[in-house]
Write a protein that binds this ligand. Structure first.
Ligand SMILES: N[C@@H](CCC(=O)N[C@@H](CS)C(=O)NCC(=O)O)C(=O)O
Length: 212
C-alpha cells in the first residue's frame, strides 16, 4: 500500500517529501491548508494530536514529527542510500545531525518565527526573538563547521540529514541570521537544490529560492 504524507506547501513536510521523491516511493501527498486550520480538523487530529504537519501514514503505522517521518520513509526503503547502515560510525553521525536539527536548530527557528508560542505577552516577544537570533547564529556556525571539507553532512554522499538541513536552511532565508550567508551552507543548499528529486519537491510545493 502506498504511504500517505500529510503536509503543507513549504512546511515541515518538505524534507520527507524530498526523501519520498529521492526514493522513488509509491506515495500520495495530502496537502493541508494551514491558514484555514485544516491541521486542527478532528480527522487529522486523530492521526496527529499535535495538529501540525507533517504526518506519514504507512499502513497501520502513523508517524508524526518531520525527522521521524523522514527516518521511517528511508528505513522502509533500505536500499535507497539515504541512510548509513545501523551500528556504523556514519549512522551515529546521521542520528546526531538529525536529532540536533529537529531538537535545537528547528526549535530556535520556531522561536524566532513564532515568538507568540513562547511568550503570550507581546512585550516579551522581542526578547524571545533576540535570544533565538543569537542561538541561530551559533547553530548555523556549527552546521557550517560540520560541512567543512565535505559536500554533505556525512561526507561524500547525501543522506536524509542533508534534506532536513536543506529545509531548515530554506526557511532561514527570511530570518535575520541566514544559513545562506555562510559559504559551506550556501554551497550545500545549491548542491541539494540541484538534485532532480529536490527540484521536483520544490516545484510541486511552489517553492523558490534565489541563491545567487
Ligand atoms: N516538531 C514538529 C513541528 C511541526 C511544525 O511546527 N509544523 C508547522 C508547519 S512547519 C505547523 O504545522 N504549523 C501549524 C500549526 O502549528 O497550527 C515537526 O518537526 O514535525
Amino acid at each position: 500500500m502506498a504511504m500517505r504524507l500529510y503536509g503543507a506547501k513549504g512546511a515541515g513536510s518538505m524534507a520527507v517529501h524530498a526523501a519520498l521523491e529521492e526514493i522513488g516511493a509509491d506515495y500520495d501527498f495530502t496537502l493541508l491548508d494551514l491558514a484555514k486550520g485544516e491541521q486542527k480538523a478532528p480527522e487529522y487530529l486523530a492521526l496527529n494530536p499535535n495538529g501540525r504537519v507533517p504526518t506519514l501514514v504507512d499502513g497501520d503505522v502513523v508517524v508524526f514529527e518531520g525527522a521521524a517521518c523522514l527516518m521511517h520513509a528511508i528505513d522502509r526503503h533500505p536500499d535507497c542510500g539515504l541512510a548509513p547502515e545501523p551500528g556504523t560510525a556514519e549512522r551515529g553521525e546521521y542520528y546526531k545531525w538529525l536529532v540536533w536539527m529537529t531538537n535545537t536548530l528547528q526549535e530556535s527557528g520556531g522561536a524566532w518565527a513564532h515568538p507568540e508560542n513562547w511568550a503570550p505577552d507581546e512585550a516579551t516577544r522581542p526578547k524571545v526573538r533576540a535570544a533565538a537570533e543569537a542561538r541561530l547564529g551559533r547553530h548555523w556556525d556549527m552546521a557550517e563547521a560540520g560541512l567543512a571539507g565535505r559536500p554533505y553532512l556525512l561526507g561524500e554522499s547525501p543522506s536524509g540529514a542533508d534534506l532536513f538541513l536543506f529545509m531548515l536552511a530554506y526557511w532561514s532565508r527570511g530570518y535575520p541570521v541566514r544559513a545562506q550567508d555562510r559559504p559551506n551552507l550556501a554551497a550545500h543548499a545549491r548542491r541539494v537544490m540541484a538534485r532532480p528529486a529536490v527540484a521536483r519537491m520544490m516545484a510541486a510545493e511552489g517553492a523558490e529560492w534565489e541563491l545567487g
